[in-house]
Design a protein around this ligand. Structure first.
Ligand SMILES: [Zn+2]
Length: 129
C-alpha cells in the first residue's frame, strides 16, 4: 500500500516536528498542488504557491463574483420555495413531486458551491403527516 503522511508517522511512537517534515518527503502520496478554479463553471487551474498571502482558489475576481452570485441565488431560491411550501403545501402528487425535484436539484447544485443542506425528508414523511 502506498505510503501516506499518516502511515509514515504511525511508525514513530511520538513524532516530532522534524519527523513530520521528514515524513512529508517519504510519503508517496503527495498533496496536490493544483486544482481547478473553485467556480464549478470554470476549468482554469489554480496552483498552490508557498509564501505569503492567501492561496488562490479562484482563477479571477470574476469567477469569485460569479460563484458568490450563483450560490446566493440558489440559496434564495431554496428558502423561497420552502417558505411557499410552508404556507401552502403541494395539493397533488404531481405538484409534490415537481416541487421536491426543484428543491433537490438546487440542493445538489449548492453542494458544488460549498453548501451541504440536509437531504429533503419529504419522501420519508410522505403519508405520515
Ligand atoms: Zn475560474
Amino acid at each position: 500500500m502506498p505510503q501516506t503522511l499518516i502511515s509514515v508517522l504511525n511508525r514513530r511512537e511520538t513524532p516530532s516536528v522534524q519527523d513530520v517534515i521528514e515524513a512529508e518527503d517519504e510519503a508517496f502520496i503527495k498533496v496536490p498542488g493544483s486544482f481547478t478554479c473553485l467556480n464549478p463553471e470554470c476549468q482554469q487551474i489554480c496552483s498552490w504557491k508557498p509564501g505569503r498571502g492567501r492561496p488562490q482558489v479562484f482563477c479571477s475576481r470574476r469567477c469569485k463574483k460569479r460563484y458568490d452570485a450563483v450560490q446566493a441565488r440558489l440559496m434564495q431560491e431554496v428558502e423561497r420555495i420552502e417558505a411557499v411550501l410552508e404556507r401552502s403545501p403541494a395539493s397533488t402528487t404531481a405538484e409534490q413531486k415537481a416541487i421536491r425535484s426543484m428543491l433537490a436539484q438546487r440542493r445538489y447544485a449548492l453542494r458544488h458551491y460549498g453548501i451541504d443542506y440536509q437531504e429533503f425528508q419529504g419522501e420519508a414523511n410522505q403519508g405520515t403527516a
